[in-house]
Design a protein around this ligand. Structure first.
Ligand code: GAP
Length: 513
């Protein structure tokens, strides 16, 4: 199945099974804003819990906070967001559609890559077993030509971005003959900068109201609380502050479902270190975060680092964790060595000293910061994309199964009486009433047992138990495993110990030790 089709199926599966709904659905939705349904919220909460516990429980020197979304407007001046949190936009005069100019060029770059991959796929088919892919990539004239075109475009684009040269960005779009996907024309406006922060007003009277912003990242809430936490928590550098919360960006083009949203959630951790040690910590946090991702068992080959060549002016190292989505490797998390830029700026703009006195070094300094920043929604999407599978079963049957890591699954156990009579529902309820205190259980008695299993597979429930007539006499149930579909007869009294460990977040956390 083409990757595009798979992605479409995942999006509709998310809606059909109560994971993600378009926001304001009965009003035809609101662009790039989504709501999480009854299963989505459980999965999302489990992802957040996995992250939070991996930070706060597993590190004695990391604590959490929950800062407000509204913040003093000067914070965004100090952080550079008012002046520089921009994306270059361009309009097509015929379709009246708006695009991110840099994304149009990135898509063009991807087209050269697609051409290369097509050549390779064709040759692979033609030469069969004897095909030497590496040699082909190094020597085939058409592949080399496309690679050369891509590299030249990449270099020109990078220079234009570095120089903040908007006229050159437009010229690249014209030279590359990039057309509007809607109108098919090249009738473009000039490129201009667009600030991504949402503004609103605080205050009850028009005269007294002041402009404030919806935070575009949660990190600044950590920076401005760094000294509060350090002092009240008696924290010693190195230490970290973790936070999960909403962030808002007026994205020019929001695409790919919950990949790029206007309201989203971040899980950020700022780790404060002694100047000069930041690159060692950067390396350590890259490894720690990659291990966190890989503990989910999606396969190391589906992750890669993308180290930034072009660094923001305040960073001295930056790398993204990318995951293989159906639409290619995409950023899920950013790890940044942000120097002391943010703290110094807040010191300057607030006029307050936020230096740290290091008792071991017997000196005061502004700590350097390593940041790990991951989008909850993007993480959610990567989990869904990897877990969604359509399977051909023996006897010609098919099933859609979400092979979610058990610790993240919304429902851990389905309790299913075989029939709705003969005392089976009562027995099933009795089992459920005992187990519901330990993990999320769902009781279902409607439809055939086969249909109920399929519904549970579709929401990724790792275990189902069936209560049948024999249960009433032997106090055993049939335990079915989602992935293998194998069934075993187990005593009711053993259910908790058989399941609890496998579905707990602790089982994931233990892999990180
Ligand atoms: N404080 C650093 C920061 O915000 P970022 O690279 O802009 O860095 C970090 O964002 C992460 O937040 C990204 O890796 C991504 O997972 C998520 N993210 C950013 N913009 C997003 C959007 N519009 N929709 C969904 N997630 C987004």
């Amino acid at each position: 199945m083409a990757q595009e089709d798979t992605f479409k199926k995942i999006v509709s599966h998310c809606k059909e099974y109560g994971f993600v709904f378009p926001s304001s659905d009965i009003y035809d939705g609101l662009a790039a804003v989504y709501d999480y349904g009854q299963n989505g919220v459980e999965l999302k909460n489990n992802i957040k819990q996995y992250w939070w516990q991996s930070m706060v429980l597993l590190h004695e020197n990391i604590v959490g906070i929950d800062s407000a979304i509204f913040m003093h407007p000067t914070i965004w001046k100090a952080s550079g967001h008012v002046d520089a949190f921009n994306d270059p936009l361009i309009d097509n005069r015929d379709s009246k559609k708006r695009y991110r100019a840099d994304v149009l060029i990135e898509d063009q770059l991807a087209k050269y890559d697609e051409k290369i991959e097509k050549e390779v796929a064709k040759a692979k088919k033609r030469f069969g077993e004897s095909f030497d892919e590496a040699l082909f990539r190094q020597t085939n004239p058409r592949v080399l030509e496309h690679a050369q075109e891509r590299d030249a475009l990449h270099a020109r684009f990078e220079k234009a971005l570095n120089d903040n040269d908007l006229a050159e960005i437009k010229q690249i779009i014209l030279d590359e003959e990039i057309v509007c996907p809607i109108s098919g024309t090249r009738n473009w406006t000039d490129v201009r900068q667009f600030n991504l922060m949402f503004k609103t007003e605080m205050g009850s009277t028009a005269e007294g109201a002041s402009t404030i912003y919806l935070r575009p990242e949660t990190a600044q809430g950590i920076f401005v609380n760094y000294l509060n936490v350090q002092k009240t928590g008696r924290m010693k550098v190195p230490f970290g502050i973790a936070q999960i919360g909403k962030a808002f960006r007026n994205e020019i083009v929001a695409r790919q479902f919950i990949f790029r949203m206007r309201e989203f959630e971040q899980m950020e951790m700022q780790f404060f270190v002694r100047p000069g040690t930041e690159l060692d910590w950067f390396k350590k946090w890259k490894e720690t975060r990659m291990a966190w991702h890989q503990a989910l068992g999606f396969g190391a080959e589906n992750y890669r680092f993308h180290d930034h060549e072009k660094l923001a002016h305040y960073a001295n190292a930056a790398s993204d964790v990318e995951f293989r989505m159906p639409f290619g490797f995409k950023e899920v998390e950013g790890i940044h060595s942000r120097t002391n830029f943010d703290l110094s700026q807040h010191e300057k703009y607030s006029g307050r000293s936020i230096k740290y006195f290091d008792p071991e070094a017997n000196e005061s300094y502004t700590p350097y910061v390593i940041e790990t920043s991951i989008g909850v929604d993007r993480m959610f999407l990567s989990v869904m994309c990897h877990s969604y599978q359509e399977e051909q079963l023996e006897g010609g049957d098919t099933r859609v199964v979400l092979r979610l890591p058990a610790a993240l699954a919304p429902v851990k156990l389905a309790v299913l009486p075989l029939v709705k009579k003969d005392g089976l529902p009562e027995k099933a309820r009795e089992i459920m009433d005992d187990l519901k205190f330990h993990f999320n259980c769902k009781y279902e008695e409607k439809d055939t047992i086969g249909k109920r299993y399929r519904r549970m597979d579709a929401i990724g429930t790792p275990y189902c138990i069936t209560v049948d007539h024999e249960t009433l006499t032997d106090n055993c149930v049939t335990l079915r495993d989602r992935d293998t579909m194998e069934q075993q007869r187990v005593p009711v009294g053993q259910l908790r110990s058989l399941i609890e460990d496998k579905v707990s977040i602790t089982s994931l956390l233990k892999k990180l030790q």
